[in-house]
Design a protein around this ligand. Structure first.
Ligand code: SF4
Length: 214
């Protein structure tokens, strides 16, 4: 059996897929609790603790965020995912206008790993990057074709970024939240989420990623 569809005088014929559920692109309105639960369950063993859907209008963007990248971060001008290679504020605002829904992903790590071992810190960062981009891919397959991740921290896929030479993994890289001029703390406040500051190396700190969805 097949289905017929008429478009501008042309007859298109589609193979019948029986009763199999079709995940049609951009047919989704919002995101279901069931899908969020499934994504979280599959990612818990990677350290993810929560996924919160929210309206994109809650995202705070500001010029000062880029200023902090430029004056105070060693990644500035050395990484394809960071300023000046990442979109400026004007471009970011234009991009955000094309989205209405986003997901906030919350995980936690230990400070002692952050400060004591560059190799371990990088390994943990790449692990959390993989989990976020994995979720982005699952969402794409669920019909969210606009899904794109903003991750935690500058791209660490290579031990040393090739910038300004060609990127080794252009399909895999994703920008950190701050490289999009997003005020993460301000955005969390808008969402009513308290952000404890990790002050001791024995403290556990939270990291965040955002997936722009639709
Ligand atoms: S994948 Fe490698 S070369 Fe590309 S942005 Fe990341 S660290 Fe740089």
């Amino acid at each position: 059996m097949s289905r017929l569809s008429r478009q501008k005088g042309i007859i298109l014929e589609f193979p019948d897929n029986g009763h199999k559920k079709v995940n049609s692109f951009r047919s989704n309105k919002g995101i279901s609790e069931r899908l969020l639960q499934k994504l979280l369950e599959n990612s818990r063993n990677c350290g993810l603790e929560g996924i919160i859907p929210f309206a994109v209008e809650k995202i705070d963007v500001a010029e000062w965020v880029r200023l902090k990248c430029q004056f105070g971060c060693c990644q500035y001008g050395t990484n394809w995912c960071c300023p000046p290679a990442s979109p400026d504020l004007e471009k970011t605002n234009a991009v955000l206008k094309e989205y209405s829904l986003a997901l906030l992903l919350i995980g936690s790590r230990q400070c002692k790993n952050f400060y004591l071992s560059n190799a371990r810190r990088r390994a943990e960062q790449v692990r959390s990057w993989k989990e976020v981009v994995g979720i982005e891919r699952k969402l794409f397959l669920e019909g969210y074709d606009k899904a794109i991740s903003l991750v935690s921290g500058a791209c660490a896929l290579c031990r040393k970024c090739t910038y300004p030479e060609a990127c080794r993994f252009p399909r895999e890289r994703r920008p950190p939240i701050e490289a999009f001029s997003i005020d993460l703390i301000g955005t969390l406040k808008n969402l009513g989420i308290a952000t404890p500051v990790a002050q001791q190396t024995i403290d556990t700190f939270r990291y965040y990623a955002i997936i722009l969805l639709q």
